[in-house]
Design a protein around this ligand. Structure first.
Ligand code: PAF
Length: 285
């Protein structure tokens, strides 16, 4: 696996790969790799001739007071994992390389960026969309792989790719879970032993929503109130940011299941102690 730090070098490597006619798969990450990321690499490896991963802890998607400073950094360990899974190139630019002095251009995906997590993390998706666009421009992949755990991010990236006529295919990969069902996340490392045990409550509530809908409850507001209450009653849950039902394609809010609906997204964000966790499930009707 070759490590690349400079944009100019990355572009020249990509040009050579393109000349050889290789299909390029790209896995963007912020590092602290877990099985969810490794699954993205495996998928890219199956579908493409060459896999490029990026590890860039993007400061612009963290708000003031968020966890940028303590976000787990494990570049050497990450490289070993990536290499073992068959990553061919690791793009690992510094902050100045991605945001040189004088940087002024931002990407805003209107509407989708201010709902759900965007309500509680203003500016977050502007930072995500901007860095993803820059990375897609540098790496120019055929396919780019995103985990469904960050469902809103995936929808926003798809929208941006469509609106800007980018020639990349966005492939989404199912959330990888721990044995008890907790969605894998780099932030799970922040949880204490007791918090970790209780954190699965988020997934449990999403599954309860699934059961209630499948059993015929159509009033989503009623389900939401009940499950938000369930979460709030748990002594390890400090705050529930949202528990929402949404259209899986447009993220439009849904208060009722309508005849003709095929799928509903249930998504939630809650604080387990000082750690903000997100999760979602697609409910098939
Ligand atoms: O999902 C992530 O790890 C990040 O948001 C991404 C897509 C790598 C952009 O920094």
């Amino acid at each position: 696996m070759k490590e690349i730090k400079k944009i100019i070098e990355c572009k020249s490597v990509v040009e050579k790969l393109r000349k050889k006619g290789y299909k390029i798969g790209f896995v963007p990450t912020m590092g602290s790799l877990h099985d969810g990321h490794l699954n993205l690499i495996r998928m890219a490896g199956r579908e493409c001739d060459c896999v490029i991963m990026s590890i860039f802890l993007n400061p612009t998607q963290f708000g003031p007071g968020e966890d940028l400073g303590k976000y787990p950094r494990n570049f050497r360990k990450d490289c070993i994992k990536a290499k073992n899974e068959g990553v061919d190139y690791m793009f690992h630019p510094g902050v100045e390389e991605m945001y040189p002095p004088g940087h002024r251009t931002w990407v805003e995906v209107g509407g989708l960026s201010s709902i759900m997590c965007g309500r509680f993390r203003p500016g977050h998706f502007k930072g995500v969309a901007t860095v993803v666009l820059k990375l897609l421009d540098i790496i120019n992949p055929d396919n780019a792989y995103f985990g469904e755990k960050d469902y809103q991010q995936m929808v926003i990236v798809r929208r941006m790719v469509k609106d800007l006529n980018l020639g990349v295919k966005i492939i989404s990969c199912p959330t990888v879970r721990e044995e008890d069902g907790l969605a894998m996340s780099s932030r799970n490392k922040y949880l204490s032993k007791e918090e970790r045990k209780e954190a699965v409550i988020l997934y449990r509530c999403l599954n309860m929503a699934d059961s209630m809908i499948v059993e015929g409850e159509k009033n989503l507001k009623k389900i939401k109130d009940k499950l938000k209450g369930e979460l709030k009653d748990n002594k390890f849950v400090k705050k529930v940011d949202y528990f929402d039902f949404r259209d899986p394609l447009t993220l439009e809010k849904k208060n009722r299941v309508r005849s003709g609906d095929k799928e509903v997204l249930a998504a939630a964000a809650a604080w387990i102690g000082n750690t903000r966790l997100i999760d979602n499930v697609i409910i098939k009707l």
